[in-house]
Design a protein around this ligand. Structure first.
Ligand code: AVJ
Length: 309
């Protein structure tokens, strides 16, 4: 079995053994899940991507002002590298771009495409799980560094994990580095609810794909039709929660383990934390970062923050 599959298996068994049961949201993104997420970003109800792209487009020059000339830019979870392309034209000459992503295949493909489109930009991909510590390529050397972490992916972390992640990033990037990060903001619950319960049911399919993936990759025995998508705003915790809820008694068998579900029992698959500017600035400060500037879209739905450590 591949390392990645092994890790998936271990995380599934420990997550389903836990109470409440949970599965890490990073496992949404196999090829099918990544395609479904792309569909989500195009939904009318899902404001996050559209609002962030509007900010990056409109404020590219100001954002670029926070990235030192000659810096190496490190993107945490680069995926299709769509957003960095929007900044590259505005950015001062970079010494290099380091996309970090768990999917080695996607990385290779994107590195080649970037090289075609930006031949003067050295690209040094790293296949790694950016939620763990990783080493920068030797070529990055002692140059200035800037981090890039768009998409409000930081919202998937518990606040204490987000703090730990930011502290680690400060360590990896080094003192004096910049960090450009997308942070989703608190807003009326109706807007949030619609964004995670779209009328076309794409988010439901995205959530349920986690179970399909367990069948495909781990040979799990389960009935995906016995679970339903449930997403709601937990206002006390300031987060959207996504769950897969058993609609009837269910049994999941995987690698010799058996997990029984009563009707209504859930697997918690994702938290998506929403911040106020003040709460995010306080969290960043605890991790050693100062907010130098922040931008929002005209409706104030989403933010991009420029940090310095
Ligand atoms: C990619 C983590 C930012 O939390 O909004 C979209 C993932 N989940 N719809 C988010 C997601 C359900 C998304 N992030």
């Amino acid at each position: 079995m591949h390392d990645e599959t092994n890790r998936f298996m271990t995380d599934v068994i420990s997550g389903l053994s836990a109470q409440p049961r949970r599965l890490p949201p990073k496992y949404f993104y196999d090829a099918i899940g990544s395609a479904l997420f792309l569909d989500i970003t195009r939904l009318d109800e899902y404001y996050v991507t559209r609002a962030e792209l509007a900010i990056l487009q409109r404020h590219a020059a100001e954002i670029a002002d926070h990235v030192p000339a000659g810096a190496v830019l490190v993107e945490f979870g680069s995926g299709a590298s769509t957003k960095i392309r929007m900044l590259l034209d505005a950015l001062p000459q970079l010494a290099g771009y380091v996309p970090v992503d768990i999917s080695a295949e996607l990385l290779q493909q994107e590195a080649e495409e970037l090289h075609r489109d930006f031949p003067a930009l050295p690209v040094w991909p790293i296949a790694a799980d950016f939620t763990t510590e990783f080493a920068l390529p030797a070529a990055a050397g002692s140059r200035a560094k800037a981090g890039f972490f768009p998409g409000s992916t930081i919202g998937n972390f518990e606040p204490h994990e987000a703090e730990h992640f930011l502290a680690c990033a400060a360590h990896t990037l080094g003192p004096g580095s910049a960090f450009i990060i997308g942070v989703d903001l608190e807003k009326p619950v109706e807007t949030l609810h619609a964004a995670y319960n779209d009328a076309a049911g794409v988010t439901a399919r995205f959530n349920l794909n986690m179970l399909e993936r367990m069948r495909r990759e781990l040979d799990a025995q389960l009935d995906p039709q016995g679970f339903r998508h449930h997403a709601f705003y937990n206002s006390a915790a300031c987060r959207i929660e996504m769950h897969l809820v058993a609609t009837q008694p269910q049994r999941i068998r995987v690698d010799g383990h058996t997990f029984d579900f009563e009707t209504g029992e859930s697997i918690h698959t994702e938290n998506s934390y929403k911040y106020t500017q003040t709460r995010f600035a306080a969290l960043a400060a605890r991790a050693g970062w100062r907010v130098e500037a922040s931008w929002t879209d005209p409706q104030g739905l989403m933010s991009v923050q420029a940090l310095r450590c």
